[in-house]
Design a protein around this ligand. Structure first.
Ligand SMILES: [Zn+2]
Length: 237
């Protein structure tokens, strides 16, 4: 019942979003049937935000090995080229690689984006906390980039998003806009790292599934808005 109400609210903002569990089953099926991938030999990497709320979103794929965790705050692949290289070296013999990536955004039944009710909390909290913090800082006309090695990931996240500040602030829905921009940044970085590390892969096929994770209330299924599904020949990059 509650799930059905969420369905309406989520689809208002993300018309193509699907239940995250259904999504994972759908794409695992495509990997097996259309792309002839033996999913018993697939190592998964994730580039999603560190937030505890996302852990269930990555266990949807619990038939795969892993995950190798590439992501940090906001979902950016902070493990970088060294992480991509290590991931490539860990793939089973004659196996294949799968990378699941993207930012996340909370939603409430009242339709508030960027917020969610967390387990055992009365009040809503921000989701993604790192992105909503970056947004509130960008909204300050006197914004100055963070220079704090003690807050390295947030500093780098804001640095990556800063070129898109006007686009985000001029949008009717800046919470959604900053999430969309973050998706594009993660997508680009994953492809850059794959390309620069392509010779480290001893397999041909790398499957990528990217999109936006939409967090609903605790105990209910999350949604996933798929933006990219591709099976690439990594050597051809
Ligand atoms: Zn987050």
């Amino acid at each position: 019942m509650l799930q059905r109400k969420f369905d309406r609210v989520v689809k208002n903002y993300f018309p193509n979003a699907m239940d995250a569990k259904d999504t994972s089953i759908h794409y695992l099926g495509q990997m097996q049937i259309e792309h002839k991938i033996d999913i018993s030999k697939v190592l998964m990497a994730t580039s999603v935000c560190s937030d505890d709320i996302n852990v269930p979103s990555t266990t949807f794929f619990n038939v795969l090995f892993g995950p190798f965790i590439m992501g940090g705050l906001g979902g950016l692949p902070f493990a970088g080229q060294t992480g991509m290289t290590a991931f490539a070296h860990h793939i089973p013999d004659e196996g294949s690689a799968f990378i699941f990536y993207g930012p996340h955004i909370g939603i409430t039944l009242e339709g508030d984006l960027g917020k969610m009710y967390r387990p055992r909390q009365e009040q809503t909290g921000n989701s993604c906390g790192a992105l909503m913090l970056a947004l509130s800082r960008f909204q300050d006309s006197g914004y100055k980039p963070l220079l704090n090695e003690g807050d390295y990931q947030q500093m780098k996240l804001e640095e990556s998003l800063l070129p898109y500040r006007d686009r985000i602030l001029n949008d009717d829905n800046p919470e959604k806009a900053i999430t969309e921009v973050t998706y594009e940044v993660i997508h680009q970085k994953i492809h850059d790292h794959l390309k620069s590390c392509k010779n480290e892969f001893h397999v041909e096929k790398v499957t990528l599934l990217g999109g936006i994770i939409i967090n609903t209330d605790y105990g209910l299924d999350d949604y996933f808005d798929v933006r990219n599904f591709e099976v690439t020949d990594v050597k051809g990059l």
